[in-house]
Write a protein that binds this ligand. Structure first.
Ligand code: TYD
Length: 148
């Protein structure tokens, strides 16, 4: 399956009316996991690059509830860049996908929904280690692929 199919853009229903907008996100429904943790990133400088890791156990949904940012997503072979710029959209990031978040607007509030409680040991923070791990798992399944 292509990377953009594995990391779909999610569109959330708008239950707003003339009083304003209302977006509801339920775990196990539009978000394909039960939500165990929520965190948000704000006041990141436009020059900052965050993320820069892959997770062995956690799945995430990223939503810019205010402002905008970009997410570069790769599995070491394909790469996609998603601009998060609407409170009604998110991107799903499964396990073992590398992500970088950057170009935060001054008003950016990047909300992250996670499938796990925090455990720093499940993070891969070195891109070369990540590629090695991906190549090893590919070898186990008999594939030959070209990593970037
Ligand atoms: P980090 O993973 O570098 O943040 P990001 O992916 O958003 O760039 O996390 C920064 C610090 O915060 C690091 O010391 C770990 C800690 N942290 C937690 O304790 N719990 C969490 O849920 C998260 C995301 C980070």
């Amino acid at each position: 399956m292509k990377l953009e199919e594995r990391c779909p853009i999610l569109q959330f229903a708008d239950l707003g009316d003339k009083r304003g907008k209302l977006v509801v996100i339920e775990g196990g429904q539009v978000v394909p996991f039960e939500i165990k943790r929520v965190f948000y990133i704000y006041e990141s400088d436009p020059t900052v690059v965050r993320g820069q890791h892959a997770n062995r156990e956690s799945e995430f949904v990223l939503i810019n509830v205010a402002g905008r940012s970009k997410v570069r997503i790769t599995d070491g072979i394909e790469e996609i860049i998603v601009e998060l710029n609407k409170p009604m959209m998110g991107v799903y990031i499964p396990k073992m996908i590398w992500k970088d978040m950057y170009e935060f607007s001054p008003d950016s509030v990047l909300l992250v929904l996670a499938s796990t409680h925090y455990d720093g040991r499940e993070y891969i923070r070195d891109y070369n280690d990540y590629l090695e791990e991906m190549k090893r798992s590919e070898l186990q399944t008999g594939g030959i692929k070209y990593y970037i």
